[in-house]
Design a protein around this ligand. Structure first.
Ligand code: FES
Length: 387
């Protein structure tokens, strides 16, 4: 009898791609300094056409996908968003629009509602116009407030997402008060994950441990005051943990992301992993991509692991952490995520945290004293893709 290889075994055990994320476009009116889109997004051309997105939906649903995220860039930049939502609804997906709110108006929200959109997650950069506009390099604070009002008027649950980092984390109390004024039912305070543009700007965005602890305290007190009225999720930055997050629940386990150009990714950042042969939906079926493509099988199971993960009793819990973080920090995606204090590279994380404890030239973010940050825009993307 032939022995079954660890890769074949992992493939055999793979469940369906329950979570499908369509990054419909990398076009975006905002230029956020913590954006997780690839730095070289300007090089990505030829977005999928409507009929191609619809085929992706049909094939993924046939495989068992149920949750659908529509993001970008800014998904409202796609004129066919309503058509995509309608097809997703017809197929039985639960649909979630992940948006900055820019481009949302009465006509579009009405059309999205008619198409069957279930859920909208609106992002804010900060509670103040000054910092909101500074971080996104736009004047969009009032537009977001208007988008929130439209979402409320059209009877969607109010779900806000605010990415936290060194420059706004001290405003967490004011951010929560703003959420309360807007009538938010769910608020996700997501500390920045350092990929894409956030990785470039990491040393300017990583908060100090003291800032994180203060923000947690403020959040706890706020939670006690508002009780069940508002659910608040505070996602602690993993640089401050001793064990890594089970990123994507292990690559190729439940998450399937399709990038604007049709590249299929086991996580939104995987485009940068060297040697990962990623398939494109223009050339292959979702079924083949998910179950059979080398790219999606590369990090399934435990056979790819090096020590200390390979013999670690916790490997089935955290899957060795995040492959993208391991690659960015150590240059090798097979290494243990350095967030883990068992990793021989853990010092790379503790050194970054130690640097973050030092005061920077702008302790209080002020637009007049701009720290050096890379904005996510086309010009920077083109310049950085060349270097
Ligand atoms: Fe790619 Fe964690 S973001 S594996």
């Amino acid at each position: 009898m032939n022995a079954v290889s660890p890769i074949d075994e992992a493939r055999r055990r793979a469940g369906p791609p329950l979570w499908l994320l369509l990054e419909l476009t990398y076009r975006c009116p905002l230029h956020c300094v913590y954006c997780s889109n690839p730095v070289e997004f300007a090089r990505v051309e030829q977005e999928l056409e409507t009929h191609e997105w619809l085929r992706v939906l049909r094939e993924a649903r046939a495989l068992g996908a149920v949750q659908l995220g529509l993001s970008g860039g800014e998904p409202l930049q796609r004129k066919d968003l309503e058509e995509i939502v309608a097809e997703a609804r017809r197929l039985g997906f639960y649909t979630n629009l992940i948006t900055s709110g820019i481009g949302l108006n009465e006509t579009r929200i009405r059309a999205l509602k008619e198409a069957g959109l279930d859920h909208i997650q609106l992002s804010f950069q900060d509670s103040t116009r000054e910092l909101n506009d500074f971080l996104s390099s736009t004047r969009t604070f009032e537009l977001k407030a208007r988008a929130a009002e439209l979402i409320r008027r059209h009877d969607y649950p109010m779900v806000l997402n605010v990415v936290l980092h060194r420059l706004n984390i001290d405003h967490v109390g004011e951010i929560l008060e703003m959420a309360e004024r807007i009538g938010a039912e769910y608020v996700e305070l997501a500390n920045t994950q350092f990929y894409g543009w956030a990785w470039l700007n990491r040393d300017r965005l990583l908060p100090s441990r003291e800032q994180v602890e203060r923000a947690e305290q403020v959040t706890r007190a706020f939670r006690e005051r508002v009780g069940e009225r508002m659910r608040i999720y505070f996602v602690v930055p993993d640089y401050f943990e001793r064990r890594p997050k089970a990123c994507m629940n292990g690559l190729g386990s439940v998450f399937l992301t399709i990038a604007p150009d049709g590249l299929a990714l086991p996580c939104h950042s995987a485009r940068m992993l060297p040697g990962l042969a990623l398939p494109n939906v223009r050339e292959a079926s979702i079924e083949w991509i998910w179950y059979d493509s080398p790219g999606f099988n590369r990090f399934r199971g435990f056979g790819w692991m090096k020590e200390p993960c390979r013999s670690c009793p916790e490997k089935e819990k955290d899957f060795g952490g995040c492959r993208c973080q391991a690659y960015l920090l150590t240059g090798d995606a097979e290494n243990a995520d350095p967030v883990c204090d068992l990793s021989p590279h853990h010092h790379l994380v503790t050194e970054a945290v130690a640097r973050a404890a030092q005061p920077q030239e702008t302790e209080k973010p002020q637009v007049t004293e701009k720290p050096v940050l890379f904005y996510r825009d086309r010009r920077n993307s083109e310049m950085l893709s060349l270097s």
